[in-house]
Design a protein around this ligand. Structure first.
Ligand SMILES: O=P(O)(O)O[C@@H]1[C@@H](OP(=O)(O)O)[C@H](OP(=O)(O)O)[C@H](O)[C@H](OP(=O)(O)O)[C@H]1OP(=O)(O)O
Ligand SMILES: Nc1ncnc2c1ncn2[C@@H]1O[C@H](COP(=O)(O)OP(=O)(O)O)[C@@H](O)[C@H]1O
Length: 431
């Protein structure tokens, strides 16, 4: 068993996570033993003395978002190669779990949601480690997995990065971060590009994207497609085709609005064509190896909650339509859950409301903690759903659904963002 121990009392708040993770000491193979006392934005975050993570490691190729060991919640990689996204505090985390559960419900028959599945990472259910069973993670396909040298970019889409129930403080915080959001409709949150000439990755964090204005956005975005030798037009055009499909989905649906959600772009940076590639997403348990370091002798014990066991004949559970379930959360949210730490609701009231929301989620079971390994949908089924791959090797998937709400209209803000992003990508292509 390996233990990776984090040195205590290190100031890592403003560091890139890879630097922060550089402070992990490897003791023995198998689990992650973290004595947390990390600093985030000047605040000390105590996460308890030890966390054993059964061979899971912080996601090495994460380009944005909350990072393990740096933020209070973060993203891990499971030894089977899947991504484990830790649930954010209510209402955001439960809302994202609810969203994935409904879109991937076994008995889902809504054509809008069935089509949506192909634009999301596959969802393998909720997951938790036996050592910290209360700490829930979403088990997701690693979208970068089939690539040898994945070039990755996270782009937040929409004209507003706060939801309709956000407090004034949250709105102001978001607008201040990128005042051009309304005009641009998208924001680059981070990217990493494989440079063939130096055999290394160039990375850019959220500050890079926030610095891009109307006049510099084309060059700023095109950086993602320069590999040190030239512009990867195949990746630009592959990306465009994928985004166009997502745009068509948005133009055809009037039931969901997405705020602060992203598109994850990935293309192959390796110049070697036809090299061995791993399957894009094999079911957990059948995958040969993750990109992350996996100790040889580790035994991966876990609680894997099977969201697909939801038919009335199996466990007597039935899922309602997405709108219905989200409406329930939405109603609770409207009553005050959504004010988060930026709201003006007193803490005890807010906590009670968040408890209420959490109970709503847990008492309306979406997954059955049955200890079974979750079976991914069959690959051939998946092939049918995804249709012919017109975008070549480039991948574009929607991620981050902490702020998805039911609606009865088109998501104009998201559509605006997609169209503007497409127009900039077209300009890059015609360079
Ligand atoms: O949790 P934090 O402090 O990292 O802040 C999150 C932001 O991270 P950043 O300030 O960029 O490091 C984060 O910003 P980005 O999306 O990374 O630009 C979000 O604003 C997040 O809010 P939400 O999850 O979208 O509701 C923010 O969460 P809240 O501040 O609303 O909790
Ligand atoms: N399914 C996935 N496959 C590969 N990488 C992912 C996946 N989901 C998230 N990531 C990585 O994690 C980052 C943050 O993900 P996100 O869901 O936006 O987290 P947060 O809610 O903390 O912002 C992304 O920019 C990406 O690098």
């Amino acid at each position: 068993m390996s233990t990776v121990k984090m040195s205590t009392q290190h100031e890592i708040g403003l560091m890139d996570s890879s630097l922060a993770l550089g402070k992990l000491e490897i003791n023995s193979p198998g689990s992650l033993d973290i004595s947390h006392s990390v600093t985030k934005k000047g605040k000390t975050v105590q996460d308890g003395p030890q966390t054993h993570l059964n061979g899971c490691v912080p996601l090495s190729h994460q380009v944005a978002g909350h990072k393990y060991g740096v933020d209070k919640v973060g993203i891990l990689q499971h030894p089977d190669g899947t991504v484990l996204k830790q649930l954010q505090p209510p209402p955001r985390g439960p809302r994202e779990m609810q969203f994935y559960s409904q879109v991937y419900a076994e008995d889902c028959s809504d054509p809008v949601l069935l089509e949506l599945q192909q634009y999301l990472p596959k969802y393998f259910g909720a997951w938790s480690s036996p050592d910290t069973p209360a700490e829930l993670y979403l088990k997701l396909e690693d979208v970068t997995r089939k690539f040898q040298k994945p070039c990755i970019m996270d782009v937040k889409i929409g004209q507003r990065s706060y939801d309709p129930f956000a407090s004034q403080e949250k709105r102001e915080q978001q607008i201040k971060k990128y005042p051009l959001m309304e005009e641009m409709g998208f924001l680059v949150l981070g990217m990493r590009i494989y440079k063939v000439n130096s055999d290394s990755y160039e990375t850019h964090d959220q500050h890079y994207g926030r610095g891009l204005v109307k006049e510099t956005i084309k060059d700023g975005l095109s950086k993602f497609f320069y590999n040190g030798n030239g512009l990867r037009k195949d990746a630009v055009s592959g990306g465009i085709q994928k985004v166009e499909k997502i745009l068509r989905w948005f133009e055809g649906q009037r039931q969901l609005h997405f705020y602060a959600s992203s598109l994850l772009f990935v293309y192959e940076g390796s110049p070697q064509e036809g090299g061995p590639k791993m399957a894009a997403s094999s079911p957990p348990g059948e995958t040969p190896l993750p990109k992350a370091r996996v100790p040889n002798d580790s035994v991966v014990a876990e609680f894997n909650n099977n969201i697909h066991v939801t038919g009335p004949g199996e466990n007597g559970l039935r899922l309602g339509p997405l709108g219905q379930s989200l409406s329930g959360m939405y109603a609770l949210h409207r009553r005050g859950c959504g004010q988060g730490r930026h709201g003006d609701t007193p803490d005890d009231v807010r906590n009670a409301r968040q408890d209420q929301l959490w109970k709503f989620i847990t008492q309306n079971p979406l997954e059955q903690p049955n200890g079974n390994a979750v079976q991914a949908r069959r690959e051939e089924e998946d092939g049918e759903r995804r249709g012919p791959d017109l975008g070549g090797d480039a991948e574009v998937r929607m991620i981050d659904f902490a702020h998805v709400f039911p609606s009865q209209t088109q998501d104009e803000g998201y559509i605006y963002g997609l169209k503007n992003l497409l127009s900039v990508l077209q300009q890059i292509l015609s360079e």
